[in-house]
Design a protein around this ligand. Structure first.
Ligand SMILES: Nc1ncnc2c1ncn2[C@@H]1O[C@H](COP(=O)(O)OP(=O)(O)OP(=O)(O)O)[C@@H](O)[C@H]1O
Length: 367
């Protein structure tokens, strides 16, 4: 096992800065995910950890050891590629044994190790099959076995499930987590699938345009997003432009743009410190499931009058689009009051004081 420290790392390909100012610490035995849209620098970072690319600037350490310019074969990392990169006309056994033979391991030890890892990935009976005769899920297991058989300190997985159908993906997620816990191996998982990242990871780093925007547990990333990019990339979010705010004794009074008019809203229990330098570049955010829909006017705080514009019935959940003074807000409700939710009906939308987050807006900052 090993911890990984990425210190002020940059990777440039000519004029393209694929990764910039990256600082990350991945703990021993952690399941850590790089999440972000296509082209954001996830794979480049993974490849720098594997040694396939060297950083333009900065340092990468495994434990206390400087690994920045150590070639891949001297790193003791196992990698699973998106396309598996298996040898199709070799048997399962030979594919998995390949890395051990390169390391000139004795034949009897190769046999023991390969059989052992094939049992662990539940392919014990497929040892003599050609890889081209296996299903996608089985090929994925061979790729995992091949990475694990060298007993790496670090397992690197680059979108390993993207070629599988939804059901197999679910199955393989559990399988990867089971193996990761069994081997207690530090694992970095690259994906652009937020559900995969939220459900599998101990912690997640969210990337965009080569920059890491936030590192946190799935709950921190979802409930306390660092900015509007993170908030919108992970789940649905309602964002209202903040015109002004005032920190009072036990709450924050915010003036937010709802349609053409500013509305005074109250925010309570806010986890972040307010920074006056960010005023004018802030957004009030609230998740659709945090919004309450009332059928009567009340004198409670943060209640706005609106009209239901769309009702989407999804079974357990109902998605509502509500028009508040021309501003469309998304609300998710549990399915227990369908009869009252008709398109065109007047409703009162409550933004609960403790469910609102004020976050910096960075989405306009694309290079
Ligand atoms: N070998 C290369 N030469 C030039 N540019 C590159 C190279 N590899 C990556 N890039 C550029 O660096 C940026 C980051 O690419 P990277 O592959 O790391 O993104 P990614 O987040 O893994 O995307 P995807 O999910 O599509 O694989 C992109 O703009 C990409 O075009």
């Amino acid at each position: 096992m090993a911890s990984i420290k990425i210190d002020q790392v940059q990777k440039a390909f000519g004029k393209v800065i694929a990764v910039d100012h990256l600082n990350l610490e991945i703990k021993d035995g952690e399941f850590f995910t790089f999440l972000g849209p296509s082209g954001c620098g996830k794979t480049t970072t993974l490849r720098m950890i594997a040694g396939f690319y060297y950083p333009t600037k900065g340092i990468i350490r495994f434990g206390d050891k400087d690994m920045t310019r150590v070639p891949p074969e001297k790193r003791n990392t196992g990698m699973v590629f998106q396309n598996y990169a298996l040898f199709p006309h070799m048997t399962v056994f030979e594919n998995v044994a390949f890395g051990l033979r390169v390391r000139k391991m004795a034949a009897n030890e190769v046999k023991t190790r390969v059989q052992d890892v094939l049992r662990k990935v539940r392919l014990g009976k497929y040892s003599d099959r050609q890889v081209s005769q296996l299903s996608g899920g089985q090929q994925q297991r061979v790729a995992l076995a091949r990475a694990l058989v060298i007993e790496p300190e670090i397992l690197l997985l680059d979108e390993p499930l993207s070629n599988l159908d939804a059901k197999l993906r679910d199955e393989m997620r559990s399988e990867i987590l089971r193996l990761q816990k069994e081997y207690k191996i530090t694992t970095i998982y690259v994906t652009h699938d937020q559900a995969e990242a939220l459900s599998m990871s101990d912690r997640i780093a969210v990337f965009n345009f080569g920059v890491c925007h936030q590192v946190g547990t799935p709950s921190e990333i979802y409930n306390q997003p660092a900015n509007d990019f993170v908030a919108s990339f992970i789940g649905e979010i309602n964002l209202l432009e903040v015109n002004d705010y005032k920190v009072e004794q036990n709450h924050v009074s915010v003036s937010a743009q709802v349609g053409p008019e500013p509305e005074k809203l109250i925010v309570h229990n806010h986890p972040f410190n307010f920074n006056p330098d960010l005023a004018g570049n802030l957004s009030l955010s609230i998740r659709p499931e945090a919004i309450k829909i009332l059928d009567k006017q009340t004198d409670e705080t943060n209640v706005l009058k609106g009209k239901i514009e769309k009702v989407e019935f999804l079974g357990a959940v109902i998605n509502l689009t509500v028009n508040v003074a021309g501003q469309l807000l998304q609300a998710n409700l549990l399915n227990n009051r369908l009869q009252q939710l008709k398109s065109g009906a007047d409703v009162w939308v409550q933004l609960p004081e403790d469910q609102i987050r004020i976050i910096p807006m960075v989405s306009g900052d694309a290079p």
